[in-house]
Ligand binder design. Structure first.
Ligand code: PHE
Ligand code: CO
Length: 294
C-alpha cells in the first residue's frame, strides 16, 4: 500500500480510469502457469495445520488448485456467489484512494503479472500469486468479506482525516500478517504470510518474533517493516472479534493516537497479552541478508 513507491501517478496506457486492466488469461505462458503450480504446491505442503480453517475452506470453495494461474472469470463466478466479492486485475500497486474505492465496492485489485522463476521467494510488488492465493480465500469468508469492505470505506475516511499511516498499520498487521488464536493453537490468516513459504513457518514457529494479542490502538501505533520477516505478529481471537473491534468509530481513536508516540517494532508493553516474547535473534543477526546459508 502506501509504503511502496507507485510506478505511475495516472492509469498506465491500456488501463481504465479505475486502473483495472483485462486479466488476459489466454496470454499467460506455460512457464507462468508453471510458476503458479510450483508456488501452490510448496504452500500446500506447509499450510495444512498452519493456515486457519477459513483460509483452507476458501481455497477449496474457489477451486484455486494447482492447474495454473486462475482465470478470474471462473473464480469470480464462485466468489461472487459466496460473498459478493470479485477480483479485478490491475497492472501493479494502485493509488490509495483507488484501492480503497475498489474495496469499498467489494472488488479486490490483484496484480495481473506473476513473478519470474528466479523470484520465487521474494518480490517487491505483489503479483497474482500473492494477491490471489494469499488474499482471495479469506474473501470467501462472510465475516472477513465484511471487514475488507469496511476497511475500504474506512480508508477514504482516514485519507480525509490525514490518518492513513495509522489505518495502514491495521491492514498490515491483520490482512497481511495476522495470526489467529484457535483451540488447536495459533493459525495464520494474513496474506503476506500464507503466500510465503519461509514466513509461513517463521511466523508460527520461530523463537525470534514477538506474538502479541491484537489491540486496535496499539496496532495503529506500531511501526512495521516491509523488507523482511516481521518482528511482531498480532493475534486476533476470531474474525468476528476483528470485525467487531473495527466497527467502532475511528474518529475518537485517531484523535488519541495522533498525540501518542509510534511504538518501536520490538517493544513489548506491560498491557500486552504476550503469546511469545521473541528473542529477536533473527532480526539482530541481520535478517534475510545475514541468513543466506539457510
Ligand atoms: N470503523 C472505522 C471508521 O470509523 C472504519 C473501518 C472499519 C476501518 C473496518 C477499518 C476496518 O473509520
Ligand atoms: Co497483499
Amino acid at each position: 500500500m502506501s509504503d511502496f513507491e507507485h510506478v505511475f501517478d495516472t492509469p498506465p496506457p491500456g488501463a481504465a480510469a479505475d486502473w483495472t486492466i483485462p486479466q488476459d488469461w489466454d496470454a499467460y505462458t506455460d512457464v507462468e502457469h508453471q510458476t503458479w503450480v510450483t508456488l501452490y504446491e510448496r504452500q500446500m505442503k506447509i499450510l495444512p495445520g498452519r493456515a486457519c480453517d477459513a483460509f483452507m475452506k476458501g481455497l477449496d470453495a474457489l477451486d484455486l488448485h494447482g492447474g495454473g494461474i486462475p482465470d478470474f472469470r471462473k473464480m469470480n463466478a464462485a466468489l461472487q456467489k459466496l460473498t459478493g466479492w470479485t477480483v479485478v486485475a490491475v497492472p501493479g500497486l494502485v493509488p490509495d484512494d483507488v484501492f480503497f474505492d475498489h474495496l469499498a465496492n467489494r472488488r479486490f485489485p490483484a496484480g495481473q503479472f506473476i513473478r519470474k522463476p528466479d523470484q520465487l521467494d521474494y518480490i517487491q510488488e505483489p503479483d497474482v500469486f500473492h494477491d490471489v492465493f494469499g488474499h482471495v480465500p479469506m474473501l470467501s469468508d462472510p465475516t472477513f468479506a465484511d471487514y475488507m469492505e469496511a476497511y475500504g470505506k474506512g480508508g477514504a475516511r482516514a485519507l480525509a482525516l490525514g490518518q492513513l499511516k495509522n489505518l495502514a498499520r491495521l491492514y498490515w498487521y491483520t490482512v497481511e500478517f495476522g495470526l489467529m488464536e484457535t483451540p488447536q493453537g495459533l493459525r495464520i490468516y494474513g496474506a503476506g504470510i500464507v503466500s510465503s513459504k519461509t514466513e509461513s513457518v517463521f511466523s508460527l514457529e520461530d523463537a525470534s518474533p514477538n506474538r502479541l494479542g491484537f489491540d486496535l490502538e496499539r496496532v495503529m501505533r506500531t511501526l512495521y517493516r516491509i523488507d523482511d520477516f516481521q518482528q511482531v505478529y498480532f493475534v486476533i481471537p476470531s474474525i468476528e472479534s476483528l470485525l467487531a473491534e473495527t466497527t467502532k468509530d475511528f474518529g475518537a481513536i485517531y484523535a488519541r493516537v495522533k498525540d501518542q508516540p509510534d511504538l518501536p517494532i520490538e517493544e513489548v508493553l506491560a498491557a500486552d497479552k504476550v503469546f511469545t516474547r521473541g528473542t529477536q535473534a533473527y532480526a539482530r543477526a541481520g535478517g534475510r541478508f545475514a541468513k543466506k546459508a539457510s
